[in-house]
Design a protein around this ligand. Structure first.
Ligand SMILES: *Cc1c(COP(=O)(O)O)cnc(C)c1O
Length: 356
């Protein structure tokens, strides 16, 4: 028996890196990609030929089912570089489990764990110069799955493509976020696909979010589809409300994406002795708390922006401003999380994963 582990993923390297053509100080989020990409196909009932190859176009039939029935799911993760040039992931097993949970909901076959980690880690090693040191710099990782079978009959595809792209990014949001609370549109409904990171969930949000933007707001906080009474989550982020010194966030259900940043914030808050209530919160309660001054903060949590403080919210055409406070929970959690992600602080929950 050989003691050398057989490699599962085949590798085709670029002949010349394009890294010198990239202006790392002026990156547009998600526009630029590293030299390589990971690709694996589901054919004849199994995932096969996991390959890392030069980043480039893919060929598909215009009749591929993803274009007609939207069978597509994705993930969002980041790789961080510490001061000693080590590259780290943050809770990557959570992303792996979640993409398979999303896939299952959309009748997509689950992806093997060894292909995922060998593909991702090998590629991050190959493209590690694209992961820049320094505050806010990272490589955004985009795993996704699409239905590739040719044919417009409305049935699940028999063929799929799993890919991972790497995109060097700087800090996501430059400023604060003003939000509109949804009163007629919905992001997700009971029994639907809201808890899956399904591509179509985003398509459904663009129009109502554009309406909010026309009024000077950046994002929508979605409410429950039945009554538009309970606050659920934002477009790409879970939401936290701080009333006095208590942190409140909606419980996970089949309309809400189970965010990894969200559950990390809850763990860090509990470690710090901050009281966290995971419960439903109504729009009425939020407005009352804003009026009596007990509402101190609203912030979003998600991989891309880590923590996004909300500066105002609008409901029924009235705008409610949040107070400006020193030592906010938002800034505290943001620096705590980033200190762990960039290997600058202790990692009490063993969330970091080193790329060796
Ligand atoms: C990805 C996503 C989040 C945030 O999840 P993280 O794991 O924290 O990045 C929140 N809400 C929605 C709808 C999402 O798609």
């Amino acid at each position: 028996m050989s003691s050398i582990t057989q490699k599962l993923v085949s590798v085709e390297k670029v002949t010349e890196s394009k890294i010198d053509q990239v202006d790392f100080d002026n990156l547009v989020f998600g526009k630029q990609f590293t030299d390589h990409m990971f690709e694996c196909d589901f054919i004849d009932g199994s995932w096969q030929n996991p390959t890392i190859k030069p980043f480039g176009q893919i060929m598909m039939s215009p009749a591929a089912k993803v274009f007609h029935y939207g069978q597509a799911v994705f993930e969002g993760m980041k790789a961080y570089k510490d001061d000693n040039d080590k590259v780290w992931l943050f809770r990557p097993h959570e992303n792996f489990k979640r993409i398979n949970k999303s896939s299952k909901r959309l009748a997509i076959p689950e992806f093997p764990e060894d292909f995922f980690f060998e593909g991702l880690e090998t590629m991050l090693n190959m493209d590690k110069d694209w992961v820049k040191k320094g505050e806010g710099n990272s490589v955004y990782i985009r795993p996704f799955v699409i239905a590739t079978e040719c044919g417009v009959a409305a049935a699940p595809s028999s063929e799929y493509k799993f890919m991972i792209l790497l995109s060097p990014v700087q800090a996501y949001y430059k400023g604060e976020v003003k939000v509109v609370i949804a009163q007629s549109f919905s992001r997700a409904a009971d029994g639907g696909v809201g808890a899956a990171k399904a591509a179509g969930n985003y398509a459904a949000q663009f129009y109502p979010t554009n309406l909010a933007k026309e009024q000077g707001f950046q994002q929508v906080i979605w409410t429950d589809a039945n009554e538009h009474k309970y606050l659920e989550e934002a477009g790409t982020m879970n939401v936290f409300f701080r009333i006095n010194d208590t942190l409140i966030t909606a419980p996970n259900n089949d309309r809400i994406l189970d965010g990894i940043t969200r559950k990390s914030v809850i763990s860090l808050a509990e470690l710090e002795g901050i009281y966290v209530e995971v419960r439903r919160i109504t729009v009425t309660e939020l407005i009352e708390a804003s009026k009596d001054g007990s509402l101190k903060e609203i912030f979003g949590s998600g991989t891309a922006a880590v923590i996004s403080p909300v500066s105002a919210f609008s409901y029924d055409h009235k705008t409610y401003d949040l107070p400006k406070i020193d030592d906010s929970y938002a800034s505290r959690f943001k620096s705590k999380l980033m200190d762990i992600q960039y290997n600058r602080a202790e990692d009490p929950f063993h969330w970091r994963h080193e790329i060796k």
